[in-house]
Design a protein around this ligand. Structure first.
Ligand SMILES: NC(=O)c1ccc[n+]([C@@H]2O[C@H](COP(=O)([O-])OP(=O)(O)OC[C@H]3O[C@@H](n4cnc5c(N)ncnc54)[C@H](O)[C@@H]3O)[C@@H](O)[C@H]2O)c1
Length: 363
């Protein structure tokens, strides 16, 4: 399988394995990490039907004792009552401190199972087995775990690092195109804000990426994970530098919230948000118009949305004011002075934001 990438998060460190065919090998890899005993696999019906038997066979061949709990599919189930199901299953199979909770699925399962692992017995070991592109490059690393509250997304959560991450890009073959592209948006973000080689690869090798050629996938996933891991290590609890990962997210979150989370996939909203961030950078005299064009070109190449479909600019502004990135009542934006660079601006004039939103189709 090759040697894993080591992800550091402050004083903690864990391996990230990235290779095709990893699911079946999960049992032996976890044994190599010195893990043994009980595993509570958390998954959903769709992912479970596709991948559970392969994973489970490998785990059992390595003498793990496997129990499974299935959560219905969808963001709306990332909530407290579903968490109770995981705790109930953990009690029923007598999970112990050194037992494992294994999240098999996309970001929804990863976040929910991760929060269960962080809290059950004040913390049992967590293994992330992400099966969406978004989860492989974003949610499975960095240690943010959470469930939603009806008042907002991810309101109940923790910072809890996994013991290992096993990413098998072969699982992406069953992902529908829209989900694949939502993950690509986060990878594009990394290219735009901090990895010029990744950005160049995405532009030059777009055919291979779109055809999901395994070599291209491995390259972009590895680079995106390495970038995120580096930022997280510098700022594990998101009190400083880590905020740059939210490039495009201030407008993106507002778009998601304003459309009740059922119009945009997260990456689509972030794609539009990145155009907004580029335009705002230009409007404030921080960047040249080439930044906007380069952003539009790349997102266009991957057929990601770049305009706001007729939503109220004022309502989007109100949503932004509720964003977690607001500090002392002032809107803080992650902006970009040039490709590959970011800066955080704390006093962005509301009129400038309104003008950008309107220039992108908001009314
Ligand atoms: N913790 C973090 O740092 C972090 C970062 C980004 C996003 N998130 C969270 O991640 C969630 C979104 O994650 P997501 O985009 O992976 O969505 P998701 O988990 O809902 O998965 C998307 C869809 O793909 C299906 N699916 C998963 N793997 C599949 C596969 N291999 N083949 C076919 N279908 C498959 C799922 O069943 C689901 O229907 C949100 O809740 C968001 O808040 C967390």
């Amino acid at each position: 399988m090759g040697s894993p990438m080591r992800i550091k998060a402050g004083s903690e460190e864990y391996p990230l394995y990235l290779a095709p065919g990893l699911l079946a090998a999960a049992g032996s890899l976890l044994r190599e990490q010195g893990l043994a005993g009980k595993v509570l696999v958390v998954t959903n019906p769709k992912v479970g039907a596709l991948y559970l038997s392969r994973l489970q066979a490998g785990l059992e061949a390595a003498d793990f004792i496997v129990t499974t709990v299935t959560i219905p599919d969808g963001e709306s189930y990332k909530r407290l009552d579903q968490l109770t199901k995981v705790y109930d299953a953990a009690v029923a199979c007598r999970l112990e401190r050194d037992s494992l909770v294994l999240a098999l699925g996309g970001g929804v399962i990863g976040d929910l199972a991760g929060f269960a692992a962080a809290t059950y017995l004040r913390g049992v070991k967590l293994v992330q087995v992400p099966t969406t592109l978004l989860a492989q490059v974003d949610s499975s690393i960095g240690g943010k775990v959470a469930v939603n509250h009806r008042a907002g997304k991810n309101l109940i959560g923790a910072f809890y690092q996994p013991t290992a991450v096993l990413s098998d890009p072969e699982t992406l073959g069953t992902l529908d195109q829209r989900e694949f592209k939502t993950g690509l948006a986060e990878i594009i973000k990394v290219g735009l804000i901090g990895d010029r080689e990744l950005d160049a690869f995405l532009r030059q090798e777009s055919a291979a990426v779109k055809q999901q050629q395994i070599g291209a996938l491995l390259n972009i996933i590895r680079r995106a994970c390495a970038f995120k891991a580096r930022i997280v290590d510098e700022d594990v609890r998101e009190s400083g530098q880590r905020v740059i990962l939210n490039y495009g997210h201030t407008i993106g979150h507002a778009l998601e919230a304003e459309t009740d989370y059922d119009h945009f996939r997260h990456g689509e909203a972030v794609a539009i948000g990145m155009v907004g961030a580029a335009k705002l950078s230009v409007a404030l005299g921080l960047a040249t118009p080439e930044l906007t064009q380069a952003t539009l070109d790349l997102l266009g190449e991957y057929e990601l949305p770049t305009a706001i479909p007729g939503l109220s600019a004022k309502k989007l502004m109100t949503r932004m004011a509720w964003d977690k990135k607001v500090k002392d009542g002032k809107l803080r934006f992650v902006l970009s002075p040039d490709l590959g660079k970011t800066l955080v601006k704390g006093d962005v004039p509301p009129e400038a934001i309104l003008a950008v939103l309107r220039s992108m189709g908001a009314v």
